[in-house]
Design a protein around this ligand. Structure first.
Ligand code: AMP
Length: 507
């Protein structure tokens, strides 16, 4: 059976009496209850006449119900398409047009606007769900039958559609197959030596592969408990650490935990693994964390197109500044621009191949073709180097991608909007180091002659169209942008000029 849910289902049934999710004021759902609820939700999904392969777009706050909805989509063979709640209606347009979902589940507060937008794209069904599990979608769940046969799927069918932004043009939907999900989770479980008694503290969003895949699939496969936070909170995390054995987080979570005096060796006593990924972990954060807690963070590397790709080992050397070794069955190579393989220690483009690698970009054969070499290696866009022992270090990115608090921002999208504003002649958007966010969005803007536009005007204009995490933290005005002989903006110069811009900010 190619449906990834079958693999999860076996474990869910075996662990029926164990606690699956513990949340809020420590209410809990067992695996057996999750099994029945996911069947009820699958039956609810069936009331819309959805067929396997149809997309279900979900833009809602994180809640245990979203976890069940995800499992129900897998169970029904529907393609789960999660979206960050920060996306504005303007940004949603592209996702609706491109993904063509059959059902959209949105926040009740946005229902009116989302329905109007959906009708423009002939999307028939829009339902609501709030963070307490209320809304038109969920209201009709409890009356459904609590059995549902797992839908037949081929291993190469798409299970998840995760949009990643492109350096040019609009975000592209990475198609993640059932086989991608099953192979990756089996590799991770073995490599991290997952234990049934592990307790995972879930602080990550569910619209991103990190929070959705390893952070849900590992506990399910192990029959382990998840301490579930709807929203990351430093205090709640520190209170829960003594009851946790695994924390999967982004670097910003670690810098925020470090800023609290209650983070001590004692509260971390029962932790087995602190994992970090989705953005570079600064060595100073890793060293400081080790000094305060006695734990060396295990840094790993992944992306929407490849899920989890490398990790520092559970046993063996965890090398700070590296993202570790490839998971079993995943091949890595460092190449020059022409695709020629480089030696150990040389810096070049990281290319990957393996059962974890996505099947292509949704309805975008041109982008898919460009992303793969003829021998099947996927060109990640990340620059790295591999040492003699196979440890990978990510040293940069080929594109201008900004990663702020683990969320990706492509400058071009912000620049295009800035350049449309009356009074703005040109702009350059780039990343500068930030003590809390890792990287912050910075904009250098050239005004039109005699224009009076201010940074406040700019921010309030783009706020209507862009998610808040993409809004520049600072805007500077200059007469001209630095350009090279080819006329390309020298962002490196700008980055260096503003290197210490946010240094003085307290953590
Ligand atoms: P996403 O598709 O949103 O998961 O973003 C993937 C990108 O995040 C990768 O291509 C890398 O640029 C970056 N990334 C993920 N993990 C790490 C890491 N441990 N160190 C440096 N960059 C990372």
């Amino acid at each position: 059976m190619g449906n990834f849910f079958s693999l999860l289902h076996e474990q869910i049934q075996t662990s029926a009496n164990r606690v699956f999710l513990e949340f809020g004021d420590r209410t809990s759902i067992t695996y057996g209850e999750a099994d029945r609820m996911s069947a009820q939700v699958a039956n609810r999904l069936a009331t819309f006449g959805l067929k396997p392969g149809d997309r279900v777009t979900v833009q809602v706050e994180k809640s245990p119900q979203v976890v069940i909805l995800y499992l129900a989509c897998l169970r029904s063979g529907l393609v789960f398409h999660p979206l960050n709640t920060a996306y504005t209606l303007h940004e949603l347009e592209h996702f609706f047009e491109d993904a063509q979902p059959s059902l959209v589940v949105c926040r009740p507060s946005m229902a009116y606007e989302v329905r109007q937008l959906a009708s423009r794209f002939d999307i028939e069904h829009v339902e609501t769900l709030d963070e307490n599990g209320n809304g038109s979608f969920w209201d009709q769940v409890s009356s459904q039958h609590d059995e549902f046969a797992v839908a037949e799927r081929s291993p190469d069918d798409t299970a998840l559609l995760i949009y990643t932004s492109g350096t040019t043009g609009k975000p592209k939907g990475a198609m993640i197959t059932h086989h991608n999900l099953s192979s990756n989770i089996l590799a991770i479980m073995e490599f991290w030596e997952w234990e049934a008694n592990d307790v995972l503290l879930h602080v990550l969003p569910l619209f991103h592969v990190h929070g959705l895949c390893p952070a849900l699939h590992c506990p399910i496969m192990g029959g382990s408990k998840i301490l579930f936070q709807n929203r990351f909170s430093v205090s709640e995390t520190i209170n829960l650490l003594p009851h946790t054995s695994v924390l999967m987080a982004v670097p910003t979570v670690y810098t925020r935990l470090l800023s609290d005096n209650r983070l001590t060796t004692e509260v971390c006593q029962d932790i087995r693994i602190f994992l970090s990924g989705s953005a570079p972990l600064l060595p100073e954060t890793a060293y400081e964390f080790e000094r305060r807690t006695g734990h060396r963070i295990m840094e790993r590397y992944g992306m929407s197109e490849g899920q989890m790709i490398t990790s520092n080992p559970f046993r063996g050397d965890r090398l700070i500044g590296t993202v570790g070794l490839a998971f079993p069955d995943i091949k890595l190579r460092i190449c020059d621009e022409s695709g020629e393989r480089l030696d150990h220690g040389e810096i070049g483009m990281l290319e990957i191949k393996g059962p974890n690698v996505f099947s292509g970009y949704w309805r975008n054969p041109t982008a898919t073709e460009k992303a793969f070499r003829s021998d099947g290696y996927f060109i990640t866009g990340d620059l790295g180097t591999i040492d003699e022992n196979g440890y990978l270090s990510i040293v940069g990115r080929e594109s201008d991608l900004i990663i702020s608090a683990g969320l990706n921002i492509y400058p071009k999208e912000v620049e295009d909007l800035l350049n449309q504003i009356t009074g703005v002649a040109d702009s350059a958007v780039f990343a500068v180091p930030h003590p809390d966010l890792g990287e912050a969005v910075f904009a250098t803007v050239v005004k039109e002659k005699n224009a009076t536009v201010t940074s406040d005007d700019i921010i309030s204009t783009i706020k209507e169209k862009l998610s808040s995490f993409k809004i520049p933290k600072k805007i500077e005005f200059v007469d001209d942008l630095p350009r090279n002989a080819m006329g390309k903006v020298e962002k490196k110069q700008l980055r260096i000029r503003h290197q210490t811009e946010f240094n003085s900010q307290a953590r």
